[in-house]
Write a protein of this length. Sequence first.
Length: 259
Amino acid sequence: MINIFNIPVYYISFNYESKLEKNLSEVGFKNITHFQAIDGRKFSLNSLLEEKIITIRSYNDILTIREQSSGMPSLGAIGCTMSHYELWRLCIEKNLPYIAIAESDLELRKITEEIQDKIKEILKKPNSLFISAHIRRKKNTHFIGTHFYIVSNSACKELIKNTFPIDVQTDAYIAHMDTIKKINIEGFSIGSQKRHNSLIQNWCVKCILPTNTWMYILITFLSIIVVILLIIVYKLLRGCKSKLNVCLNTPPIERIKIK
């Protein structure tokens, strides 16, 4: 019988987080441990590539500017994935049936008995992973963020197999493992991420731009139409203004002749 609150929780952070520990404790978790986050900023980008810890794509993403949201935005993101990897490995080494992993920006809401029952049903499945996120499935699995999730021992064994070389961000990697049916992800939001200045993410304009060429053709065509319409309206207003001035400066009898 799974008791959600008996599952050990490890939160990834550079420092001890008293507010986060209090939040987790108040929600109901009993076994809470701080895991010292791996600081990716201390690594050499070239060394990571040479040692095959990251792919050429990740190297280029960090060196220049990533073009996809799943791409690696910084050395901090490398450290993030390595931190999650170490906890997956810890789960296996300690032979824990499940491990709950949280990030420092987590803020959990109250977990009711109904929510507990839903999570338990998810965790009963093979290679299970419950995540506090909205999951979308089309051609592939997609969700954003790894601020809180509970993962089974068997899923951890699958996750550590292909973590390296690191090619995408942690959430994209976990989602991919679900897409190829190595693990079974289900979830819904039970918390949120507090706003803060991230050491991992950066603003990526390219990531939100359309990739379809026809979209840019359509935008260009519509822009030309708008410009033409503005020119026509401008000319009409200018003509109306000219006629109005003539009308105002002409005596009534002359206005009749003009008409």
